[in-house]
Design a protein around this ligand. Structure first.
Ligand code: DOR
Ligand code: ZN
Length: 462
């Protein structure tokens, strides 16, 4: 090891699988090369002393929609990954519904090239699988997809984004799972039953109900619970690793617990800070800016979701960072069904979850599992990502657990702060103060200092 290495971070509370410890961590050529007691800390060309502030492995957000190529007025790779860096996120995993949708090798490469030139933090890409594209799954795996994504829901009005990445046909779903299992990649699903959503939404429309709250009434919990069970049952036949994304209801998370209790394996679950923090009431407060799919739920469902955090059922937390244009969202005040679903989240997720840690809802260790370690494991990135260990990428986030900040959209990096209202006014306690990607600080004291193009493409380790 050279006398002086690239980067050294020290602190009295550095995360390890065995608890927080006083340690010095040294990085050379982007990797962690040494971990010592504080008294033996190596010298670095750049050094950071976190003092009593916890040092965590970088947060990995497994669910972003950076909108590029396609809709860069909503979001783009530089802007969205600057927001990530500001939020303590060192790696994002991107969903396939851009334009063109990622559902073949060519579209996969296009997105990879654009993101490589523009990202500030590391990124991986999900491949898309759906109606008519099963034969294009192998080539996406070969390009480095971390997983596949299939919408069991369809967006007839957004077919430019969702072509070839959705199905409402269980036979097609079976074949997608079979193929993913063959390729050794997890299959991720958006679990909402299309026919049920159709029936309930049409009922709203027929009754002339178009208020914000009617969005949630048009997409009841049963649509998610049914789709989750169905996906688990079909997945088991194929042996695929199934990953249920953005589970919004405690009832659906409980279905997973029940399934595992029956010996069902091979399923992992993601939820989002939105579902753990906000309820359907938010639709009454901020209208279309709280419209997301699946929708915000009742306080009762949220309590059950927290029980599933506490008992270990839920594996990961992603944000579903999905910005839209202001003009499109505004249409939802008069008719909630006319506005697109989606809200930004990549920059606020860690602050929101740290607030729950401060409130005693979960431990800081459990937060690290949900937002980093388990994400890396589910997507085959571990231990390159999600670990503070020799040989891992030198990705860290330092958090100040006492920092109080009211979330103000104007201070976020999202493309258009007017659409970033979902957590507006939220009293956050705890914030990231340093984000390091492969030994290089990309955010310090709230200021993003990472360069576009520094972020690199990440694929599975196996
Ligand atoms: O709210 C959502 N927005 N849910 C989705 O499934 C898609 C996303 C988007 O891309 O806008
Ligand atoms: Zn999404």
């Amino acid at each position: 090891m050279p006398q002086t290495i690239d980067f050294v971070i020290k602190g009295r509370r550095v995360y390890t699988p065995d608890g927080f410890m006083p340690l010095a961590v040294g990085a050379q050529d982007e990797k962690i090369v040494t971990i010592t007691g504080l008294e033996n800390a190596p010298r670095g060309r750049e050094e950071y002393d976190a003092g009593d502030n916890p040092v965590l492995p970088g947060i990995i957000d497994p669910h972003t929609h950076m909108r590029e190529p396609g809709y860069t007025r909503r979001e783009d790779w530089t802007n969205g990954t600057r927001a990530a860096a500001a939020g303590g996120v060192t790696c994002v995993l991107e969903q396939p519904n851009s334009v063109p949708p990622v559902n073949c090798a060519e579209n996969f490469r296009l997105k990879r090239e654009i993101a490589s030139a523009k990202a500030v933090v590391d990124f991986g890409l999900l491949g898309g699988a759906g109606e008519g594209t099963i034969h294009q799954m192998a080539e996406q795996a070969a390009e480095g997809a971390v997983a596949f994504k299939t919408y069991l829901w369809s967006y007839p009005d957004r077919s430019d984004e969702f072509d070839g990445i959705h199905t409402i046909d269980d036979g097609v779903l079976y074949q997608i799972f079979e193929q993913a299992a063959d390729l050794g990649l997890p299959s991720c699903v958006h679990a909402e039953n299309y026919r049920l959503v159709r029936t309930f939404s049409n009922r709203m429309l027929q009754e002339g109900r178009r208020a914000p709250i009617d969005h949630q009434k048009g997409r009841p919990v049963v649509a998610e619970v049914e789709a989750a069970w169905r996906a688990m049952i079909i997945a088991r036949e194929t042996g695929v690793q199934l990953n249920l994304l953005h589970i919004s209801s405690g009832s659906a998370a409980t279905a997973v617990k029940a399934w595992r209790g029956m010996g069902g394996q091979g399923v992992t679950v993601e939820t989002c800070p939105t579902y753990l923090t906000l309820t359907e009431e938010r639709l009454n407060e901020i209208g279309p800016y709280a419209k997301i799919n699946p929708p915000l739920r009742s306080a009762e469902e949220q309590e059950i979701l927290w029980d599933r955090i506490a008992d270990g059922t839920i594996d990961t937390i992603g944000t579903d960072h999905a910005p839209h244009e202001f003009e499109a969202k505004e249409k939802g005040w008069r008719d909630i069904f006319a506005a697109p679903a989606g809200a930004p989240g990549v920059e606020t997720s860690l602050r929101v979850m740290l607030t729950h840690v401060n409130a005693g809802r979960l431990s800081l260790e459990r937060l690290v599992e949900l937002m980093s370690v388990n994400v890396a494991r589910v997507y085959g990135l571990y231990p390159r990502k999600g670990a503070i260990a020799v040989g891992s990428d030198a990705d860290f986030v330092v958090v100040d657990l006492e920092r109080r900040e009211r979330i103000d959209p104007k201070r976020l990096h999202v493309k258009d702060p007017r659409v970033a209202r979902i957590f507006e006014g939220f009293e956050a306690v705890g914030a990231p103060i340093l984000t390091v990607v492969r030994g290089k600080p990309v955010m310090r004291d709230g200021e993003v200092i990472g360069e576009p193009g520094y972020g690199g493409f990440i694929s599975r380790q196996n």
